[in-house]
Design a protein around this ligand. Structure first.
Ligand code: ADP
Ligand code: MG
Length: 258
């Protein structure tokens, strides 16, 4: 049974998270609408990666709830009590949540198209033929149709990251999480990856993007969230958070990155 309105994709409610005794997230609340692009900014160590990892249950939360399309992540709830889901059920939830990391994490022994096909064939059980057609259309979309048969080592960092985006899309997720997708790239390769992400945003993909690319946030984000020391200290339209930040910590951070 869903307790979330149907236009909400990701609903993060009162999430607290600890690493041992260290509290890394404090009462985080965030709703992401379907088709929304939400950019998460904040200094290193503020809990941005942890928050993304909680959304697909790579991390366990101490309190709160996270829903993706009305599905409670990691647990089933009966009579107000939470019961851990079986590994299989968690894996099924994760299939709907794509993730793109700072490092491209492509399979080095597979070509670009094999990387994109792997999920649909191995996890979803699609036929190779069907997966190949889908993979090719995604490689076209990220502008790499002509590189389909090349191995990651034959591709630039920007091309590898675009393959990683196509691979995440191949699972047809409800939401895509990006954790500093351009941070490991040489500066001249950042633009092509941001363009690809912009393109995805235009197609209505729901995206949560952790990045220091303030220009991307300004141009593409529907909403910008600023985190500091495990808390969301400011959220709103890009122009209000970026141009008129109210929180002193947001102001201090932006004065350094802008
Ligand atoms: P960000 O992505 O904003 O840089 P992180 O979510 O990676 O922040 O980390 C937030 C805080 O949690 C940091 O202080 C970091 O050192 C700590 N941390 C992250 N991962 C772990 C872990 N697995 N165990 C213990 N502490 C961690
Ligand atoms: Mg991080």
């Amino acid at each position: 049974m869903s307790t979330v309105s149907s236009d909400v994709c990701v609903d993060i409610r009162s999430v607290h998270k600890f690493y041992g005794d260290f509290q890394v997230l404090f009462d985080v609340n965030l709703e992401i609408a379907k088709g929304e692009v939400c950019v998460v900014l904040g200094p290193s160590g503020s809990g941005k990666s942890t928050l993304l990892r909680c959304i697909n249950h790579l991390e366990t939360i101490a309190a709160g709830r996270i829903y993706v399309n009305g599905d409670l992540i990691g647990y089933s709830e009966r009579n107000g009590k939470l019961y851990c889901l079986a590994e299989e059920a968690i894996a099924a939830q994760r299939r709907n949540i794509g993730m793109v990391f700072q490092r491209f994490n492509l399979f080095g022994h597979m070509t670009a198209i094999q990387n994109v096909m792997a999920g649909p064939v191995l996890v979803k059980g699609h036929s190779r033929r069907c997966a190949e057609l889908l993979a090719m259309s995604l490689l076209e979309r990220v502008g790499l149709a002509d590189r389909a048969r090349q191995y990651p080592s034959q591709l630039s960092g920007g091309q590898q990251q675009r393959v990683a985006i196509a691979r995440a899309m191949a699972m047809q997720p409800d939401v895509l999480l990006f954790d500093e997708p351009t941070s490991a790239l040489d500066p001249e390769l950042v633009g092509e990856v941001l363009e690809t992400m912009k393109d995805l945003a235009r197609t209505g993909m729901t995206m949560i993007v952790v990045t220091h690319e303030v220009g991307f946030a300004r141009e593409v984000a529907d909403r910008v969230v600023f985190m500091d020391q495990g808390r969301i200290v400011e959220k709103g339209a890009p122009e209000s958070v970026l141009d008129n930040p109210r929180n002193p910590r947001t102001q201090a951070f932006l004065s350094k990155v802008l």
